[in-house]
Design a protein around this ligand. Structure first.
Ligand code: FE2
Length: 336
């Protein structure tokens, strides 16, 4: 595995001040740089993670994927060139602008600008969240995930999986084709939804505390039309989250409790329930799609689709007693 994580993203927005309010006041990012034409935000020890430019069109202007070192970066450039893809070496000035040691730049099959880099710079000052949160779960898992809308999933899969080495985690074939890819134990760092147009469907950032998400939900509901999907829990990555509309036009998933997969012993599977065990009433669906989503949710409830909460050391207390449901699940897993 060469690409290790989603390291940074560049976004377009026509209203930079709205992005600042949204990014700091709702998400809890830290504004670190402000110019007439751009804003940069931190979410952890890295110097920047989100770079928003005053450009028309919304969506993303580049995606920064991280590799461990210079040798891996060179090997990836070679591999891309052999596959017939035009690769440019990032200039010193661009590397400085991105706060990385070195990078290469190329386009994916639909023209998205992809940057692969190594040597990210770490800030000297601790991360200072824009609102009171416990922090973002990043580190080796990267900054979160991005799910792209695509016109043709097959050409994207051939490129990202076949050439760049993203590994399939799981997929849906109905009601439309969706597939999820990992590059670290985060269930997916990249996903594709085949809905006819190329763009950004959503990005996801993950918080340390479920209460960060709940309080963010309260903050988001103060604004008419900000929430685009109600609180819910995904079946495949087990994240509990809600979605809001970003000032860049796509959705931001704000979540907690994502599972970590065992990359060495993982078999990709089709997901037939969901995408959610409950909740996630998605405002962007049309009336017919909403009916389908509602039926799927009712089926999930009827079947009793559930999974244990995924916790990390430090954010839970163990209660006395036993859970008969989980004991049964564990027994069945061992037997199966
Ligand atoms: Fe997501």
């Amino acid at each position: 595995m060469e690409i290790q994580a989603l390291g940074y993203v560049g976004l377009r927005a026509s209203d930079l001040d709205e992005w600042t309010r949204y990014g700091t006041g709702l998400l809890g990012l830290q504004l670190v740089d402000r110019s007439a034409k751009s804003r940069a935000f931190r979410m952890d020890d890295r110097k920047q993670r989100f770079i928003v430019s005053d450009e028309p069109g919304g969506g993303a202007s580049f995606y920064g994927w991280e590799v461990p070192d210079a040798a891996t970066l060179d090997a990836m450039a070679d591999r891309l060139q052999k596959a017939g893809i035009a690769v440019a070496r990032g200039s010193r000035a661009l590397a400085d602008e991105r706060f990385v040691r070195d990078l290469i730049v190329f386009s994916d099959p639909v023209g998205n600008r992809v940057e692969v880099f190594h040597g990210p710079q770490v800030a000297n000052e601790p991360f200072k969240a824009g609102r009171t949160i416990s922090g973002f779960r990043t580190g080796p898992l990267g900054m979160g995930h991005v799910v792209l809308t695509v016109a043709n999933i097959d050409e994207m899969v051939a490129f990202y999986s076949g050439v760049l080495g993203f590994k399939l985690t799981d997929y849906f074939v109905s009601p439309y084709r969706v597939s999820f890819y990992h590059v670290n134990p985060r269930h997916h760092s990249l996903g594709f939804v085949e809905v006819g147009t190329n763009g950004v469907h959503h990005m996801m950032v993950e918080l340390f505390s479920l209460d960060d998400v709940g309080q963010g939900y309260d903050v988001a509901q103060m604004e008419e039309g900000r929430v685009t999907s109600t609180l819910g829990r995904h079946i495949n990555d087990m994240v509990t989250s809600f979605y809001t509309k970003t000032p860049s036009g796509f959705h931001m998933e704000y979540g907690w409790g994502g599972r970590a997969i065992d990359m060495d012993n993982w078999t990709p599977n089709e997901v037939t329930d969901g995408p959610s065990a409950w909740g996630h009433d998605r405002q962007w669906l049309n009336d017919d799609e909403k009916q389908v989503a509602k039926r799927i949710r009712m089926e999930a409830a009827q079947k009793g689709v559930r999974s244990p909460v995924q916790v990390i050391e430090g954010n839970y207390n163990r209660m006395p007693g036993v859970c008969p449901w989980f004991d049964t699940v564990s027994r069945e897993r061992k037997a199966g």
